[in-house]
Design a binder for this molecule. Structure first.
Ligand SMILES: C[S@@+](CC[C@H](N)C(=O)[O-])C[C@H]1O[C@@H](n2cnc3c(N)ncnc32)[C@H](O)[C@@H]1O
Length: 218
């Protein structure tokens, strides 16, 4: 989606994607990355996700990429932190309590910023893009992530014709074909989560699967 779409969503606080709890697949599968030591973790399109607090609590330094200044300020406000901010090129880096959120466009991030990361975490980032923009996202992610680096990917899949995204449906086959071009892909778990998602139930979407994948940059 174009930046204006997300700025409007944050402005009107239509942020149904934001979870009030840490994602259960993150808690369950983060150890699958087998990260030696703690190290930096990159979180693309991070929003104000509490998942970043979970990662920081594991001892990781978290580097998030987020377009919206509102999302950034709401994240730190909820954490009770006052970040230090500095401008670097067209991005603004906000840091506190082991978390740095880079405000600005993911597509213009410099590879150097992510070069030192030992892992990455994508929840509701890949599925935020319609099919025609999703491949550009995967290409940019692959350009940022160094070879051998593991990540956890969490997706949703449902019959796309039943609902207008985002979130957009991303099937295991799509992940295998397009993400698999750049990353080794292992399916960790897939679960029916329809009952937990009232928006999908209301629209009579017949099924909704959440899946967790272990990725390793080739
Ligand atoms: C569906 S939300 C997911 C947020 C978060 N991952 C979560 O689980 O709550 C997608 C987020 O990506 C941000 N975003 C969209 N396009 C972006 C871009 N080009 N660069 C950085 N962030 C972007 C939006 O502002 C929004 O907060």
């Amino acid at each position: 989606m174009e930046p204006g779409f997300w700025h409007d969503k944050w402005q009107s606080q239509q942020i149904g994607f934001h979870q009030s709890d840490i994602n259960p697949f993150l808690v369950k599968h983060w150890e699958s990355l087998k990260l030696e030591g703690k190290g930096k973790v990159f979180v693309p399109l991070c929003g104000k996700s509490l998942d970043m607090e979970f990662l920081a609590a594991q001892g990781h330094e978290v580097i998030g990429s987020e377009l919206s200044a509102l999302a950034v300020s709401q994240f730190f406000e909820a954490a009770g932190a006052k970040p230090q901010s500095r401008t670097q090129g067209e991005h603004v880096h906000h840091s506190a309590q082991g978390v740095t959120l880079i405000e600005g466009d993911f597509f213009t991030l410099d590879e150097e910023l992510v070069a030192g990361c030992s892992g990455f975490y994508d929840r509701a980032a890949l599925i935020a893009w319609p099919a025609e923009m999703r491949i550009d996202y995967v290409r940019k992610l692959a350009a940022l992530i160094p070879a051998g680096t593991p990540g956890l990917l969490i997706t949703l899949d449902y019959p796309q014709e039943a609902l207008i995204g985002p979130p957009f449906a991303v099937s295991p086959n799509w992940v295998e074909e397009f993400v698999g071009e750049y990353f080794e892909v292992v399916v960790l778990e897939s679960q029916d989560v329809l009952a937990d998602n009232p928006r999908f139930v209301k629209k009579a979407v017949p099924w909704l699967n959440e899946a967790a994948y272990l990725l390793v940059r080739k």
